[in-house]
Design a protein around this ligand. Structure first.
Ligand code: COA
Length: 400
């Protein structure tokens, strides 16, 4: 059964986020500390006064000791969370539930990853070769199958799907160019995107998220305490996580044009938050654009476009900064890169800035979103047919 939810029971009252990129001179500990301390400082709290911590990292550390050692914590509970690329979101989810349960007054979710000097590349398959029964595809190769399948199923006019993917890359790089924390801070012309070398199948360089280092953190307290820490808290409206049966690659019934896990988690989150039309109720959405085709299909799975039509909405600019529903206004994984354990909390950081009106000049939302008070993050862990999907909804006002 889907979650009963904890709508408006807890609030985020402090956040921190490092610059994402190639941090040759900073360790994972340095990045984690910068984000954690910024989150606590922004709420006027000492880091060692937080009651409990959840730390997300896929490969940059192991146990909770990574954080307790760095923060010199005085015998506090610290748990390391690992849930593929959705780990940062799951750290938040755990911190929120811990506070909502009444077990703790304050909890910190931290996500960190340092990939650039680890040799990590999307071109190396993650799985160790086994007995041959599991598909052995790189992430770009696995997601390129979605582009091919989507084109074959929905048959957009010639060139339209390619144009929509180019447009997503162009949009997210343009948004990232406005963001001082993004890894890639240059707008990329469409001609450059079109001329880029192919990486896997139809996917080229600018269809891929980058490999990056970074950290982000969020401090969670009970909703009734929120205004003691900040005059602009974000109230947690929904937290939904769905892990699929992971049978997709071997299941002839799975057609690679949708992520059922996303549909389940989105339906659960909308029910928890009382949202009936996300396109008109959300101010913005930060979604898991690990590849441009992922963002395109997510527009359908999250209910922002009807199945088979997202390419048309993308080309019409509906998800641009001044569109019907701005998506990835900070530049997304595309411009920030994807330090795995940190990405989910980085998405929340953009919602935090936008809903509090604290984005850098030029990066604020415009148009019909000014009066909307809700934002969504979507974080995917795994690949097509075998993934976990997380959706959160946060808002700048408690329910009436
Ligand atoms: N998007 C835009 N620009 C990128 C980029 C990306 N994804 N990756 C690298 N670049 C840029 C670099 O900034 C650099 O630019 P410069 O020459 O102007 O300095 C140039 O491309 C070459 O960078 P380099 O690091 O040598 O690229 P690479 O060839 O080693 O890596 C990819 C390119 C696509 C292989 C890499 O970004 C990748 O593996 N992405 C996918 C990651 C992934 O699969 N994550 C898991 C998701 S589920």
């Amino acid at each position: 059964m889907p979650s009963r939810g904890i709508r408006d029971k807890v609030a985020v009252v402090g956040m921190g986020c490092t610059r994402f990129g190639e941090h040759w001179n900073a360790s994972a500990d340095d990045l984690m500390l910068e984000a954690a301390l910024a989150a606590c400082t922004s709420a006027g709290m000492a880091a060692d006064a937080v009651d409990a911590h959840w730390l997300s990292t896929l490969a940059s550390g192991s146990s909770g000791l990574m954080l307790s050692r760095a923060l010199r914590l005085p015998y506090r509970p610290v748990t390391r969370v690992e849930n593929y690329c959705a780990g940062g979101s799951d750290a938040l989810r755990n911190a929120c539930y811990a506070v909502a349960s009444g077990a703790y007054d304050t909890a910190l979710a931290v996500g960190v990853e340092k990939l650039k000097d680890s040799g990590t590349s999307g071109l190396a398959a993650a799985e160790v070769p086994g007995d041959g029964t599991r598909p052995d595809l790189t992430a770009p190769a696995a997601f390129s199958l979605v582009a091919q399948a989507y084109g074959e199923r929905y048959r957009p006019p010639s060139g339209a799907l390619r144009e929509a993917l180019d447009r997503i890359a162009w949009k997210n790089h343009a948004n990232g160019a406005l963001n001082p924390r993004a890894h890639f801070r240059r707008a990329v012309p469409l001609d450059t995107i079109r001329a880029a070398p192919r990486v896997a199948g139809e996917l080229g360089l600018f269809d891929c998220s980058g490999v990056s280092d970074g950290a982000a953190a969020a401090l969670v307290v009970r909703a009734e305490d929120a205004y003691r820490y900040t005059d602009k808290p974000l109230f947690v409206k929904a937290l939904a996580l769905a892990a699929g049966p992971a049978a997709g690659p071997a299941d002839p019934g799975y057609d690679f044009t949708s992520f059922p896990e996303v549909r389940h988690s989105a339906a659960d989150a909308y029910r928890q938050a009382g949202i009936s039309d996300p396109r008109t109720e959300l101010a913005l959405a930060e979604v898991h654009d690990c590849f441009t085709i992922t963002e395109l299909v997510l527009m359908e799975d999250l209910g922002f476009a009807e199945p088979g039509t997202a390419w048309r909405s993308v080309l019409a600019g509906e998800f641009d900064r001044d569109g019907v529903l701005p998506v990835n206004t900070d530049g997304g994984l595309k411009a920030f890169g994807h330090p795995i354990g940190a990405s989910g909390l980085r998405m929340l950081f953009e919602c935090w800035l936008q809903l509090r009106g604290e984005t850098p000049e030029g990066a604020a939302l415009t148009g019909n979103t000014a009066h909307r008070k809700l934002a969504l993050t979507h974080n995917l862990g795994g690949g097509p047919g075998e993934c976990l999907s997380f959706v959160s909804i946060v808002g700048s006002e408690p329910s009436e």
